[in-house]
Design a protein around this ligand. Structure first.
Ligand SMILES: Nc1ncnc2c1ncn2[C@@H]1O[C@H](COP(=O)(O)OP(=O)(O)O)[C@@H](O)[C@H]1O
Ligand SMILES: [Mg+2]
Length: 260
């Protein structure tokens, strides 16, 4: 189950995370390399979101180490991880600003890349105009350019998820963490999402970690899949071998297929 990634961007070693008596993560090792898509699967409550929260600085791990480009980063804030280390994410429960348009929600991501001196330039409209063009390009890229002036939270669920992805892309990340991006999508929207994930990876050269219950999304995008169960990694490898692993079938896939 040990897989060595050459020069990982992010490397978590023996990471643990407890909430009182609940062990959400129990000594998990997780790496993301340059330019790869990693799938993260497992039953509800197995620790997938907690791992993303630890990687993105929202939760402090209660044990273990996290390195970015080989340097310790365990206590970096989520803002610094986004601005300085190029980490962006979306949320399992969509977190868009209500009453703001699609364009303005995406612009919020862009502001994360602004510096104090941009305020001077912005006074002349320069930085803001450039940012507007970048937002337009990103909305086109994710396929919601026509929804630019609509209130983001009024959109259909699948489109709101794409606004979240657009906002994450606006921070110009090198690693994008997607927490159940296909949740609430119909099969056609999920196929469009698969295409979008592949294009983000191929055209924008961004590494991606994707948590999904939709096995088609995971197995057709990820080159490597890790399976969590009760805070432990129970399998790790290429999609084909992971989906045939007896322990994975017992803990997750088999149960899921029996439930359907
Ligand atoms: N902020 C929190 N406070 C208390 N318990 C939490 C918190 N976040 C997660 N947990 C618990 O940690 C476990 C893993 O949750 P989570 O990472 O959300 O699982 P998954 O994303 O795989 O469904 C669950 O038992 C959950 O209730
Ligand atoms: Mg979750």
């Amino acid at each position: 189950m040990t897989i060595t990634i050459e020069e990982p961007i992010f490397k978590a070693t023996n990471v643990g995370c407890r909430f009182g008596g609940v062990i959400a993560l129990d000594s998990v090792d997780f790496e993301v390399g340059q330019h790869e898509i990693v799938g993260l699967i497992g039953p509800n409550g197995s620790g997938k979101t907690t791992l993303l929260n630890v990687l993105s600085g929202i939760y402090k791990p209660t044990g273990g180490e996290i390195e970015i480009d080989g340097k310790p980063s365990r206590f970096k804030s989520s803002r610094r991880l986004s601005r300085d280390e190029g980490l962006a994410r979306t949320f399992q429960n969509i977190r868009l600003c209500p009453s703001l348009t699609v364009r303005d929600n995406v612009m919020i991501g862009m502001h994360n890349t602004f510096h104090w001196y941009d305020a001077l330039w912005t006074a002349k409209g320069g930085r803001e105009n450039a940012a507007d063009a970048q937002v337009a390009e990103i909305l086109e890229f994710v396929g919601i350019a026509d929804k630019r002036d609509e209130i983001a939270t009024d959109l259909a669920y699948g489109d709101q998820r794409r606004v979240e992805i657009a906002r994450a892309l606006a921070t110009t990340p090198r690693l994008l963490l997607l927490d159940e991006p296909a949740a609430g999508m119909n099969p056609r929207e999920a196929r469009v999402l698969v295409d979008l994930i592949k294009r983000i990876h191929e055209e924008r050269k961004i590494s991606i970690v994707v948590i999904e219950h939709n096995m088609n999304v995971v197995m057709t995008t990820a080159s490597r899949v890790m399976v969590l169960d009760a805070g432990l990694c129970i399998a790790h490898g290429d999609p084909k071998s992971v989906s045939a692993d007896p322990q994975v079938l017992e803990a997750y896939l088999g149960k899921r297929f029996r439930d359907v």
